[in-house]
Design a protein. Structure first.
Length: 413
């Protein structure tokens, strides 16, 4: 690094760049950026595009954002994702040469910024590019790109993206995964070890309520992988049980068509309404295969147990028999069986214990763990003593001799 680090070093003196893919909303990934800024208020922000509305700029403290050329392309605000083939080149155009520490928040291309040997790059990875790796075939099918000329072009683009994605991983000094599930995906994709730090959840924004009412709740944007249609179909087959659904999205009409009279579709609702329903619900139902899944943690912060699909990040946020239950397959029948098991065991769930579990995912916990790891990485990145560097230069190509010399050097100090 340009400024060597020690335990007593003032981190506020570091030149820090925070790289995010795009600023459009305030969601899970943006909460991570928010905490990065809280730790490093001197940081400069970079993103491919920035269309964050004025009423949401508070979480980046109204900082200016350096954007890429994609910001000025036609329909960038509505269709920025369609510029995926240009994103690797766009992120490489950011000149970060003056910074000591680069913090990227990645689920697509932000880790691909170009860094030098005297800089430290720490990547908080929500996932390797899902639609280029293990979800490729699902993405192509759902987008209608699994056949024809457009499909062939899409497959060529994704092949190029995969090669670039692996190459760009070499520019990261330390990967951080948002769950053990994603740490395994990072190893599978890049053959890199990743520390695990769960993302920040605003558990203080959700109050405990011990008295529950006789309805189940699910809440999400209605897109295919969230499986809201599966939940609605399952509850429509259990007419004696009430389900409330909060959220909107492309699948709304599909979900509506499957809803029985015991299912209430509320569409989009403000945060206060969502929180109120989370506090009152008998259980929160979660059917997606998620990298982490913040909403189930928010439900548990209300003391509400969770019935979740037993794969992915949910296995790390929900404790079977203590804070919720799992179902094994993403099918209506599997969910129905889980709901019935839950009902017979309902009295074993303690809202206060569920709340205490959720408090382990707080923003304060995230800041402490994230800062501690940054300090560790910065300390380990310090230049080696000059005499050891000289030995390596003189004995290049003779690692066994270099090792012996280094041991001697250490022993004589």
């Amino acid at each position: 690094m340009k400024n060597t680090f020690s335990e007593t070093a003032d981190l506020s003196q570091l030149k820090v760049a925070i790289v995010h893919e795009w600023f459009m909303v305030y969601a899970g990934a943006e909460r991570v950026v928010e905490q990065m800024i809280n730790l490093f208020p001197q940081a400069d922000l970079f993103a491919l595009v920035d269309f964050l509305p004025d009423d949401l700029r508070w979480f980046i403290k109204d900082k200016p954002v350096t954007t890429s050329f994609i910001q000025k392309l036609p329909r960038a605000k509505r269709s920025y994702r369609s510029y995926l083939p240009l994103m690797p080149m766009a992120v490489e155009q950011f000149d970060l040469s003056k910074y000591d520490l680069i913090l990227s928040q990645n689920h697509a291309v932000s880790k691909g910024v170009i860094v030098g040997p005297d800089q430290v790059h720490i990547c908080y990875c929500n996932s390797p590019i899902r639609y280029a790796w293990d979800l490729t075939h699902q993405y192509l099918k759902e987008s209608g790109l699994d056949r024809g000329l457009k499909g062939m072009i899409a497959k060529i683009v994704l092949h190029y993206i995969r090669m670039w994605d692996q190459r760009s991983a070499m520019g990261v000094d330390q990967f951080i995964a948002n769950s053990e599930f994603i740490a395994r995906r990072i190893w599978r994709t890049y053959r890199r070890e990743a520390a695990v730090i769960y993302p920040p959840v605003d558990v203080t924004g959700f109050e405990l309520r011990t008295e529950k009412e006789d309805f189940y709740l699910t809440a999400s944007r209605m897109v295919p992988y969230k499986k809201i249609d599966l939940i609605v179909e399952a509850f429509s087959m259990m007419p004696e049980k009430k389900l409330v659904v909060i959220g909107e999205g492309p699948d709304f009409e599909k979900v509506k068509a499957k809803a029985g009279p015991n299912v209430t579709l509320m569409g989009y609702q403000p945060f206060e309404v969502l929180r109120d329903h989370m506090q009152r619900a008998r259980a929160f139902v979660f059917a997606a295969l998620e990298d982490f899944g913040i909403v189930p943690v928010e439900a548990q912060a209300c003391g509400t147990p969770v019935i979740a699909f037993g794969k992915g990040g949910a296995l790390e946020t929900v404790r079977e028999g203590e804070t919720g239950m799992f179902f094994e397959e993403q099918t209506p029948q599997s969910l129905i069986e889980a709901v019935r098991r839950f009902d017979t065991s309902y009295d074993m769930f303690d809202p206060q214990a569920i709340r205490r579990h959720a408090e382990g995912f707080s923003a304060e916990r995230f800041r402490d763990e994230y800062l501690e790891l940054i300090k560790k990485v910065l300390k380990s990145s310090q230049p080696q003593p000059k005499e050891q560097s000289a030995h390596r230069l003189q004995l290049k190509g003779r690692p066994e001799v270099a090792s012996a010399v280094e041991e001697t050097t250490v022993a004589t100090k």
